[in-house]
Design a protein around this ligand. Structure first.
Ligand SMILES: *[C@@H]1O[C@H](CO)[C@@H](O)[C@H](O)[C@H]1NC(C)=O
Ligand SMILES: *[C@@H]1O[C@H](CO)[C@@H](O)[C@H](O)[C@H]1NC(C)=O
Length: 245
C-alpha cells in the first residue's frame, strides 16, 4: 500500500522537530544539599512546566529534567510542606499543592532562567529581590561563554535583621526584602527611585549581597547579577556548600 504524500510529509516533520528538541534540550539537575527535605517548585514563563511544577527532594538526592530551547521560568525551594487537606509549606508555598500552579509566596529566594535569549545565550540569576528562604546556587555544566557560578555562600536566615525576620515556632524561617517589609520607594525602586540612577543599594541590600554575592540584591542591581552561558546544562543546588542551611 502506497503511503500518501501528506502522511509522509507529516512523518518527516515529526522526525525533524523531535530531533531538534533532543539536540537543543537543556538538562537541569536539581540537588538538595540541605539536611532536610526540600520541595522544589517551578513555574514556566515560556514553555512546558518542569518537574510537573513541584516534587519532593530528599536530603542529598537529585532529580533531572529536560527543558526545550527557548524555555524560561523560575525555580525555588519550599520547606516544611504538608500536603494534607489544610496542606501548605512553611516557606515558598504555592497554589496547587505539590505541583505548583503559581509562584512561591515571598519571602522566597528564586532562580530565574531564560534559555536562548538574545544572541542565543542562556541568562540566569539567583534573586532574593522577593526575599530569602533558602540558599540557592546555579552552576553551568559544560557550555561556552562566561558561565559564572551564581549562588549564596552564607545563610541569610542567620544574619537577617529582626525587622525583616519571618518566624515559625521562634526560629527564623525566612527573611523579607526591605521593599516588602517597609514598602518604601527607596527600597522598592519606585516613584522618585525608579531610575537606575536613583535606585541604589541600601544597608539591607548589602546584607543580601553578603549572603549571595552574585545574586540580585535590589531591583536595579544588574551590574554583576545576570549570568550568561551557551549550550550548557545546569545544576541548581538548594543549600549549596558554604551556605550552612
Ligand atoms: C542596568 O539596567 C538599566 C535598565 O534596565 C540599564 O539602563 C543599565 O545600563 C544597566 N546597567 C548595567 C551595568 O548593565
Ligand atoms: C538554543 O541555544 C543553544 C545553545 O545554547 C543552541 O545549541 C540551540 O540551537 C538553540 N536553539 C534554538 C532553537 O535556537
Amino acid at each position: 500500500m502506497a503511503i500518501s504524500p501528506g502522511v509522509y510529509f507529516l512523518c518527516l516533520l515529526n522526525l525533524f522537530s523531535f530531533g531538534a528538541i533532543f539536540s537543543s534540550a537543556t538538562l537541569f539537575t536539581l540537588e538538595n544539599g540541605c539536611n532536610f527535605t526540600v520541595w522544589p517548585g517551578s513555574l514556566a514563563g515560556k514553555g512546558p512546566s518542569i518537574g510537573g511544577g513541584g516534587f519532593a527532594l530528599a536530603p542529598g538526592s537529585s532529580s533531572q529534567f529536560q527543558a526545550p530551547a527557548g524555555w524560561s521560568g523560575l525555580f525555588w525551594g519550599r520547606t516544611g510542606c504538608k500536603f494534607d487537606n489544610a496542606g501548605k509549606c512553611v516557606t515558598g508555598n504555592c497554589g496547587g499543592g505539590l505541583k505548583c500552579s503559581g509562584g512561591g509566596e515571598p519571602p522566597v529566594s528564586l532562580v530565574e532562567f531564560t534559555l536562548n535569549g538574545s544572541d542565543n545565550k542562556d541568562f540566569y540569576n539567583v534573586s532574593p529581590v522577593d526575599g530569602y528562604n533558602l540558599g540557592l546556587a546555579v552552576k553551568a555544566v559544560g557550555g561556552t561563554g562566561t558561565c559564572q557560578y551564581a549562588g549564596c555562600v552564607k545563610d541569610l536566615n542567620i544574619d537577617c535583621p529582626a525587622e525583616l525576620q519571618m518566624l515559625d515556632s521562634g526560629s527564623v524561617i525566612s527573611c523579607k526584602s526591605a521593599c516588602a517589609a517597609f514598602n518604601k520607594q527607596e527600597y522598592c525602586c519606585t516613584g522618585d527611585h525608579a531610575t537606575p540612577q536613583s535606585c541604589s543599594p541600601t544597608k539591607y541590600s548589602q546584607l543580601f549581597k553578603n549572603a549571595c554575592p552574585t545574586a540580585y540584591s535590589y531591583p536595579c542591581d544588574n551590574a554583576t547579577s545576570t549570568m550568561t552561558c551557551m549550550g550548557s546544562d545546569y545544576a541548581i543546588t538548594f543549600c549549596p556548600t558554604g551556605s550552612s542551611t
